[in-house]
Ligand binder design. Structure first.
Ligand SMILES: Cc1ncc(COP(=O)(O)O)c(C=O)c1O
Length: 447
């Protein structure tokens, strides 16, 4: 009784009238416009909180979140198990320094090794930092092989794929193919060459003993949801083994359950040397991991790589709880079932709306390729209380949380049908160079 009274008093104290909430939100948006570097083009919406697959804006409007913070909020918002661990650990130790052991780094590394079948882990803070670390490991291995007489000098080339995205720091940007991201920052890290997506002949032509690593996203995310083919993966593995190079799988977006498997590359029998994960790992706290086999791990020694924040006790405790929740709640099954339901629903909509050219992806990582610009559909979806985004101009991207329910998928399909019906068509992509490029990629993805 007393508790209820206290709760309602606390609510009264913090609850703001809608008008003043609106004014505070408008002021926050004005401050952002005036004081932030303009790195993002944002709509005039301010989100305040979320619950499960829903988020709410400052006016109290509800949105169905089918973007999940771009693949981060895999357990949705305010998941009770995550909130419980956050509260408990925040009151114990947020940071302790990598100079010492903490209670969660080792157990989290063990769990990631069990999930992946790899052996050792380095914790970083972001996807791009994990990629830079992996590139350093590739160069280090080649350097050691040369100093031990096992490789010739100049084994420094790195192969990456066309249409890739690996991050924004210099290393990761150097293996990212998109010109508009790269060009203004040249010169980038030297020695990188791009292979045509899923083109085995091009891969064979470019791979030789001077290559120290091939880097690829198992399912390209920012590039428009394109899965690497089994033939390409197997050839990349074989060539990497033949030339003593590393196969590095970037699973920062597609890993940790997203495709209905712990790792997207587990659909192939051949294993990579390194897997990178980040986005959903700590349920929204910044945490990334480089997972390696023993051969890679053997090259590193204290002092060669490190980080201040990576692998702190709070982030690792939350990550461990995230992985256990995926296991305990049978979420892989839900990801596969909801993914099938979504695909079937979108396929039905495609019959009604011929602007849907193709649906790609696996599990809860789906791309809906349109024959027109996707941006206006994202805007209309937002207006109707649905969060999605558009990547590479024409592909609508869906990354809903793993906990999404069958009813929420039905709600998505209802909202999405209205979005398709009411969005003004911006431009036909029929004659554009972008369309030609997309067609080429789609053909390569089908190989
Ligand atoms: C496949 C992939 N790699 C790397 C990154 C970079 O990760 P971060 O933004 O955490 O640096 C991203 C981010 O979108 C990504 O999707």
């Amino acid at each position: 009784m007393r508790r209820t009274k206290e709760k309602s008093m606390a609510k009264k104290k913090t609850a703001q009238p809608a008008k003043s909430r609106g004014t505070a939100a408008a002021a926050a948006i004005r401050d952002a416009g005036k004081f932030l570097l303009p790195t993002y083009k944002r709509p005039d919406v301010l989100f305040t909180h979320g619950r499960g697959a829903l988020v709410f804006d400052a006016q109290g409007k509800k949105y169905l979140d089918f973007l999940g913070g771009i693949a981060v909020n895999a357990l949705g918002h305010a998941h009770p198990r995550i909130v419980r661990v956050l509260r408990r650990e925040a009151a114990r130790a947020i940071h302790l320094s990598n100079l010492y052991h903490n209670s969660y780094q080792g157990p989290l590394a063990r769990k990631l090794a069990e999930w992946s079948g790899l052996d050792r882990v380095f914790f970083a803070n972001s996807g791009t930092e994990a990629m830079d670390g992996a590139l350093k490991l590739a160069r280090l291995l080649a350097y050691k092989a040369h100093s031990e007489g096992a490789a010739s000098e100049g084994k420094t080339r790195i192969l990456a794929l066309e249409n890739s995205f690996h991050g924004r720091t210099f290393g990761a940007l150097s293996v990212t193919s998109t010109e508009k991201y790269r060009l203004p920052f040249a010169p980038l890290v030297p020695g990188v060459e791009f292979v045509r997506f899923n083109d085995v002949a091009d891969l064979e032509a470019k791979f030789d003993a001077t290559v120290c690593a091939i880097v690829l996203e198992t399912v390209q995310g920012e590039g428009g949801i394109y899965p690497v083919s089994e033939a390409f993966w197997n050839r990349a593995r074989a060539l990497a083994t033949q030339h003593g190079a590393l196969l590095i799988a970037d699973e920062i977006q597609c890993g940790l359950g997203r495709t209905g498997r712990y790792f997207a590359c587990q659909k192939f029998s051949a294993k990579p040397d390194i897997v990178l994960v980040a986005k959903p790992l700590a349920a929204g706290l910044p945490l990334a991991a480089i997972l390696t086999n023993e051969r890679v791990a053997a090259a590193i020694s204290p002092g060669l790589h490190g980080t201040t924040f990576g692998g702190g006790p709070l982030a690792c405790a939350v990550a461990l709880e995230f992985l256990r929740t995926v296991e305990d709640s049978a979420l892989l099954e839900n990801i596969r079932a909801r993914g099938e339901q979504l695909r079937a629903g979108i396929a039905a909509l495609a019959k009604k709306f011929p602007i849907i050219r193709e649906v790609r992806g696996e599990g809860l990582m789906l791309g809906i390729e349109l024959s027109v610009e996707g941006g206006p559909f994202v805007t209309e979806a937002l207006r109707r209380g649905l969060l999605i985004n558009c990547t590479h101009d024409h592909t609508l991207r869906l990354l809903p949380p793993y906990i999404v329910s069958a009813a929420q998928v039905r709600e998505f399909l209802r909202l999405f049908e209205a979005v398709l019906a009411h969005t003004p068509r911006a431009a036909s992509g029929s004659a554009s160079a972008a369309t030609a490029e997309r067609t080429r990629l789609a053909q390569a993805a089908a190989r």
